[in-house]
Design a binder for this molecule. Structure first.
Ligand SMILES: Cc1cc2nc3c(=O)[nH]c(=O)nc-3n(C[C@H](O)[C@H](O)[C@H](O)COP(=O)(O)OP(=O)(O)OC[C@H]3O[C@@H](n4cnc5c(N)ncnc54)[C@H](O)[C@@H]3O)c2cc1C
Length: 440
């Protein structure tokens, strides 16, 4: 039926293309960890990813560093505090020279990874775990029967199809599955979300010279050049990270606003479209600035941009527990913890605000992954239930890996016991994680 603004789609039969135990939507850090953790425990698991590779924002968005592995310290005594799936993954990257040694970041540290080695490592792990994989496959809708998620609808080159499952894990980063399944969700602090960044890589950098410049000097140079009118550089607090490849660097410096100044919203197509153009425009402006003003960058050039603008935050679910800003600041511990974190609150608003934690860590409980309003669903990664500043800390890669690992195990237990993730034995999840090296 056609009216002025509506087209009524014809009802049609869709083929059931898979009937499986555990279905994961999204192959970023959290989805990868969930799929591998479920697959290696002998469960029939299937992962759906819209791109042709795994990595999500860490690879397609070139976020490029694994943060959240280490403690927060003012003494310089660095200690790894996260070591489950994250530890295994970093060790595999290290074995192939695909990751740097720890580099300081505020009171903690990060490691920079090579995106190709990241993809290859993910390929190997997922294949070894026997996970069924559908790349180039877009999740488009959820099938909910009496409040229970029973299947998903995907779009492929061949057309639409249905995947039925027993437990589902939403690792889409944007909470696509949770939203479609009718789970409660929200956007940041009263709708305010963080700004995205289009990250890029440069080659022919002389890091010996570039490293001599202190962060505050770099910031002062940017402010000075913007004032002079020679450059349009919307962000002054920028990060330049040496990558594992000699002379190469990962440049995290753009800030992608809409024409009205608000952050580009990664769940709105018009915003995303604008953001891609704006991101690539800003890359060339920062390249020009870096070459002209930063020692060691005079011969450097842009190798490539991220596959897409890096989206830090869109929807977050309303879970059985919401990680609060106070939990992070007071470094709260939980009996149901599935991961520790000492990453600062790194909030990308009009300015980059970094609040370092003091010589301790907080914990993220299992219940932040249980969306209210729907059964048989776990939601992981950057769309867990968390307040705005809390998410600005908890969203980094090591924590996403561990949440995925916990969710994968929870899904396995739910299928084994013909039960639901809401009733999963959290002690058993933690024990299973610890047995695989997690620090809990
Ligand atoms: C600009 C930027 C810089 C960052 N810097 C750092 C850093 O330095 N260190 C650090 O540790 N972390 C950093 N992060 C954070 C980190 O990269 C992300 O938080 C992390 O990747 C989130 O993992 P995720 O699995 O939750 O989601 P994502 O990485 O967003 O992965 C989601 C996956 O789901 C897929 N997907 C989405 N929707 C669908 C759909 N409908 N159908 C099929 N597939 C779908 C996507 O293609 C993607 O592969 C940064 C993030 C950004 C954006």
């Amino acid at each position: 039926m056609h009216t002025a603004n509506v087209y009524r789609e014809q009802a049609r039969d869709l083929p059931i293309i898979a009937d499986i135990d555990i279905v994961i939507v999204g192959g970023g850090p959290s989805g990868l960890a969930a799929a591998v953790s479920a697959g290696k425990r002998g469960m029939k698991a299937l992962i759906v990813e819209r791109y042709g590779f795994f990595g999500g924002m860490a690879v397609a968005g070139l976020s490029g560093t694994i943060g959240g592995l280490y403690n927060s310290t003012q003494t310089g005594r660095l200690e790894q505090i996260v070591n489950g799936f994250a530890g295994q993954f970093v060790n595999l990257l290290r074995a192939r020279n695909g990751v740097t040694d720890p580099l300081p970041f505020g009171n903690t540290a990060l490691v920079v990874h090579d995106p190709l080695v990241w993809k290859e490592t993910a390929d190997k792990l997922i294949q070894e775990a026997g996970v069924h994989v559908m790349l180039h496959t877009l999740f488009v809708d959820a099938i909910v029967e009496e409040g229970t998620l029973a299947g998903i609808i995907v779009e492929r080159k061949e057309g639409r199809g249905v995947i039925r499952g027993k437990v589902f894990i939403d690792a889409s980063g944007d909470g696509d599955l949770s939203m479609r399944a009718g789970a409660a969700y929200q956007f940041g602090r009263d709708g305010a979300i963080q700004f995205p960044t289009m990250i890029f890589r440069m080659a022919r950098i002389d890091w010996d010279r570039a490293s001599l410049l202190a962060a505050h000097e770099l910031e002062e140079l940017i402010v000075e050049q913007v004032k002079s009118g020679r450059f349009q550089l919307p962000r002054r607090h920028i990060f330049l990270f040496p990558s594992p490849r000699k002379g190469e660097g990962l440049i995290n410096c753009t800030r992608i606003a809409r024409p009205d100044g608000l952050p580009v919203n990664g769940s709105v197509t018009e915003d995303l479209t604008w953001g891609e153009f704006e991101g690539r425009r800003q890359i060339r402006e920062y390249e020009r600035f870096l070459r002209e003003h930063i020692p060691g960058f005079d011969k450097a050039y842009v190798v490539d941009s991220a596959v897409q603008i890096g989206i830090r935050q869109t929807r977050t679910i309303v879970g059985d527990y919401t990680l609060t800003n106070k939990d992070v600041i007071t470094m709260r511990k939980f009996n149901s913890a599935v991961v520790r974190s000492a990453w600062p609150i790194e909030a990308h608003g009009k300015d980059v605000k970094i609040v370092n934690l003091d010589d301790d860590y907080y914990e993220i409980p299992y219940e932040v992954m249980l969306p209210q309003g729907v059964e048989q669903l776990l939601t992981v990664g950057r769309c867990i239930s968390a307040e705005h500043e809390a998410l600005a800390s908890a969203r980094v890669t090591a924590q996403c890996f561990e949440e995925g690992m916990a969710a994968g195990i929870a899904a396995v237990l739910s299928v084994r016991d013909s039960s639901t993730p809401r009733k999963a034995d959290i002690c058993e999840i933690r024990e299973s994680m610890i047995a695989e090296g997690a620090y809990l």
